[in-house]
Structure formats: C-alpha cells, structure tokens
Write a protein of this length. Structure first.
Length: 416
C-alpha cells in the first residue's frame, strides 16, 4: 500500500511504497520522464526483489498546468510536495522578462529548500574541454533562498527605484555618490538589493560540513566575493568560519583564515577554507583536485555549478536537488532547460533527470538501487551507448533515441 514519507527526530521514515510526487516538465520533459521512470523502477525492482517500489503521483506545473488550470503552479501541487516531503521534476518553462517569477524559485522559496545540492563527477568516456576531467569530483552546496533569489529588483524610472535613490541621496549621501550617473539621470538607473543573513548562511555551511563528515570528504571551500561585497559576501565567509569553530571545533591552520577540524572531533582532518569566486573559477580549471565540498551563495553557486558541469560533459548529465535538511522536504530535478526543439522527438538526454533520481534514492536511504542506477549509466557511457548530444562528441558512436537509451540501461541493470 502506498504511504507518505514522514520525518521523526530529524530522520526520514520511508515506507516500502513511498508516494513520490512528480512533474513531467515542459518541452523535452515528457520524453526524458518517460525514459527515466522505467529505469528507476527497474533499479528499485532489481535491488529489492519486488519488496519495495516507488508510488509515483503526477502533479502539474508549467505550461501544461497553465493550459489546464490557468495557473502555472497550482496549490494542489504545492500541497502534494508539502505532504509527501520528497518529489522530483523535469524542466519547467517560465516567461522571461514578464509574467510569473521562476517556478523553480517559487518551489524553493515556498518550501524553504535552502540547499541547492549539485554533485559534479566525471563519467569515463564523456568528452570534455579539459585535459583531465577525472580530477573533478565536487559537491556544490548553493544557498537557495537568499542573495538574488530573495533580491529586490526595481526597474529604472519606476516610483520605487526613484524613491530609493532619493532616500539614499538625503539620508546616505556618501553611498548615493558611489552610484554612477545617479545625480544626472536618476530615472535611468535600475536598483537591486540582495539580502544575506547569518542564519541563512550558517545553516547552509552547517549542512556542507555535515555532508563532508558523513561522506569522508577532505575539505569544505567557502566561495564568495567578499573582497568587494564585504558585508554580504564577506559576512557569508566570516559566518561560515565562525560556525566551523563553534559547532565543529575547527581550529586555525596557520594558513590565512583556514581552519581544520582537530583530532578527537567528528570529521577530524577536514579543512575549512575559502576562495574568492573569480579565483575559484580559475581553480576548478587549474587545480580541481584541491576542492571537494563547496559552500556558496546563490549567484556564485549558479555560475560555479554550471562551469563545473561543463568540465565533465555538460549540463545534460548534471543532476540537482533542492533540500531542507531540517524538515525533510526535497525536490530533485533535471538541471537543464526545457529544450523545446527536442520536444516529442525521443532525442533528449535523460541523464540529468536520472542522476537526480539517483540522488532521490540516496535521500531515501535506498543506496542499493542508487548504486545500480549510477553503475548502469557509467557502463552505458563507457560502452558508447549514448544519446545524440554525447554521441556527437564520441567518434564512431551511433546515437540512441531516448527510449533506446532507457532500454540499454535496463538491460545493464538486469544483467542481460
């Protein structure tokens, strides 16, 4: 019988047949979902010999929701994710420059999914623009509810933008004078504000360090632009170090502000360090092996996770999850766009959604099924059994359709 996942004392209570809400997605979403669900079900069936199964429950969002209900993100969908705790989604369309705000942002903000979790690793055989992509093995903890996601963005010439400039001019003239062209053409200046809090920063860093401890990682890097934005980005860095010291017992290493968890403490030997964001984008090209778990604010995390994905083969094989580790709520997702040109053509790569499903399985504690799924994808890629986007970069490879790729993965899972 299908049952809802619950949480008790901070731990998920997962029944044998947990209800998992899912959104097919827009554009190529239905194609990759149709392929992915067959593979995930096969991995679960193989791992647990039929004693466990995911009870999928479809909910609506995006273009289909708007066409059928007149609403981009129906309340019924939000309630399903609230009640069932863990879900998954394909890519969603959001109008650019007008209309509703990003549906992804709405989901994250409403459920307070404060960690955007983006593991990045290399699959042998995938072509990469870097010499040795196998050195890339990082997990990005991107803050998901503050920074530009909670930012105030006022259009040039609107009453709010003009009024704010007037307040700055009157109350804080030294700050007003830093704004180029404000005195001459105030109606031509857009204004943005980005909030960064101590509580929001520290809960992200806390989970990044806990992850490093659980998974025996060697370091946590705080990525920021604190040399310029000293009281938002710089504060994120300082609050991160403070938390490492007060909650994990980290001590100075003698190398700048870097800290290390000492012997006798959980996670002994883990180094907590920091890096300015632009330097970090060089680091991941030149010395990727020096970085392990990454904790960063929203905008930096967006840049860094996409850049890392490009190093290991592209966003088409990059998974992601949005998690509140306190309430247990989590939505895993394909991290790429809707690719409308591929809609209905059975050509899209489902790996981003499949690897996000692998993250979902691990979130449930179903590691055996997750291992089967991950191994099947690695094997298929090594055998050059891939979809068109990867086949184009792998000489001598004949591209599989999305559905054929799913068939290949199921064959590997079942040992045929």
């Amino acid at each position: 019988m299908a049952e809802k996942i619950t949480i008790k004392n901070g731990e998920l209570c997962v029944p044998a047949n947990p209800i998992i809400p899912f959104i097919r997605g827009d554009g190529s979403g239905p194609d990759i979902w149709a392929a992915s669900v067959r593979v995930v079900d096969a991995a679960v069936a193989k791992a647990y010999a039929g004693t466990r199964a995911l009870a999928w429950r479809e909910v609506l969002a995006g273009e289909r929701a708007f066409a059928e209900t007149g609403t981009w993100l129906p309340e019924e969908t939000m309630q399903a994710f609230r009640d069932c705790l863990v879900g998954i989604k394909g890519p969603l369309t959001t109008p650019v420059g007008k209309g509703t705000r990003s549906l992804n942002v709405q989901l994250r903000q409403t459920l307070d999914l404060y960690v955007c979790l983006r593991p990045v690793r290399y699959f042998q055989g995938v072509q990469s623009p870097v010499k040795d992509p196998s050195k890339v093995d990082m997990v990005v903890f991107r803050e998901n509810t503050e920074d530009i996601y909670a930012g105030i963005d006022w259009q040039a010439g609107t009453p709010k933008a003009v009024r704010l400039l007037e307040i700055l001019k009157t109350e804080f003239p030294e700050d007003f004078n830093k704004i180029r062209f404000a005195a001459a053409t105030p109606n031509e200046i857009g204004v943005g504000i980005k909030p960064v809090s101590k509580s929001g920063s520290q809960r992200l860093v806390r989970e990044a360090i806990r992850y490093a401890i659980r998974h025996h990682r060697k370091s946590v890097t705080l990525v920021h632009k604190g040399n310029i934005m000293k009281y938002t980005e710089g504060a994120f860095r300082d609050w991160g170090y403070e938390l490492a010291r007060t909650e994990f017992g980290a001590e100075p290493t003698g190398k700048g502000a870097w800290m290390r968890i000492p012997e006798g403490k959980p996670g002994a030997g883990i180094v907590i360090k920091d890096c300015i964001c632009d330097a970090f984008l060089q680091e991941i090209l030149l010395h990727p092996q020096e970085h392990d778990v990454i904790a960063t604010l929203n905008l930096n995390g967006d840049y860094c996770s996409d850049a890392l994905a490009a190093q290991v083969g592209g966003i088409g094989i990059a998974p992601g999850g949005n998690v509140n580790f306190d309430t247990g709520h989590a939505i895993f997702e394909a991290t790429h766009g809707t690719a409308p040109a591929l809609a209905g053509q059975d050509r899209a790569n489902p790996c981003s959604l499949l690897l996000s499903a692998e993250m979902l399985l691990r979130h449930l504690g179903w590691n055996e099924a997750a291992d089967l799924l991950n191994a099947a994808i690695a094997t298929a890629i090594a055998q050059h059994r891939v979809t068109a986007d990867l086949a184009e970069t792998m000489p001598g490879t004949t591209a599989l359709k999305t559905s054929q790729f799913a068939d290949a993965l199921i064959e590997i899972i079942n040992g045929r």
